[in-house]
Design a protein around this ligand. Sequence first.
Ligand SMILES: C[S@@+](CC[C@H](N)C(=O)[O-])C[C@H]1O[C@@H](n2cnc3c(N)ncnc32)[C@H](O)[C@@H]1O
Length: 285
Amino acid sequence: MVSENAAEVLAAWETSSQYWNKHQSLIEKMYAPLTRALIEEAQIVAGQSVLDIGGGAGEPSLTIARAVGPSGKVTFTDPTAGMVKAAREEAERRGLTNIEFHQSAAEKLPFANDSFDVVVGRLSAMFFADVSGALREILRVVKPGGRLALLVWADRELNPFFNVITEILDQFVTAEPEDEDALAAFRFARPGKLAKLIEEAGAVTVKEHTLKFDTEAPIDVSQFWKLRTEMSDAFRTKLARLAPDEVSAVRDAVLKAAAVYFKSGSMIFPSQVLIVSGRKAVAEE
Ligand SMILES: C[S@@+](CC[C@H](N)C(=O)[O-])C[C@H]1O[C@@H](n2cnc3c(N)ncnc32)[C@H](O)[C@@H]1O
């Protein structure tokens, strides 16, 4: 099924790209445990050719470019022009030469069949407009026997990094009933949901596991408010519907509720994601 609000979602990511670019180094630090877990799950080693789907402001591509080394190669993709620009500029700043950039969505990858050893996606699969089509496309471009590993958010309740704001905002803005299939952060939070789709797309040895990690950064609670209300289109959209005094009231309530996740000028949110992986069958499988 192809989502009807795909164009809106992409437009929102285009707007978000300036903030993801602005906060690139913080995002890299906060989600470094996720990149490490993806590298481990997909068994990425030097010399491999790796495709990153929905690479945002550059991760996990930039880290993987170092992991595969000069004999390997990373292909970064994202459908949003602003994200591609941010990631490309960061790669140039770092002098990385084994990475190339394509503005493309997962549903239509501009690559030949059997091109990559590994395909990864960090926190991007939830936004695929046609998830089954995208998964078939990913399996088309990975080599027989090659791996795919996709990382998605686990349940909202397990992720106060989101929920501490959502719970308060929803007291001020009438929340629409949540559609489990909407193109949004928690679309694949239900265990087994993405794994089943990956299996139906034709992957073999599909596995899912939960990763608990801390979303950590050297910022205080008011910097957290700024970071989250810039990065998240959902928060930006809801806040835009409020009067200035209501925005202040939400902010005050969030700063109070979130204080428990801050100590000595540092942020630590307990967090959970699911990592779903599989392989493309070789002919005799
Ligand atoms: C939450 S961000 C994750 C970015 C990055 N991978 C990270 O972990 O920091 C989601 C990304 O998915 C991208 N995206 C949206 N729709 C997509 C699609 N159909 N195919 C591939 N990527 C998509 C967005 O442009 C955005 O950059």
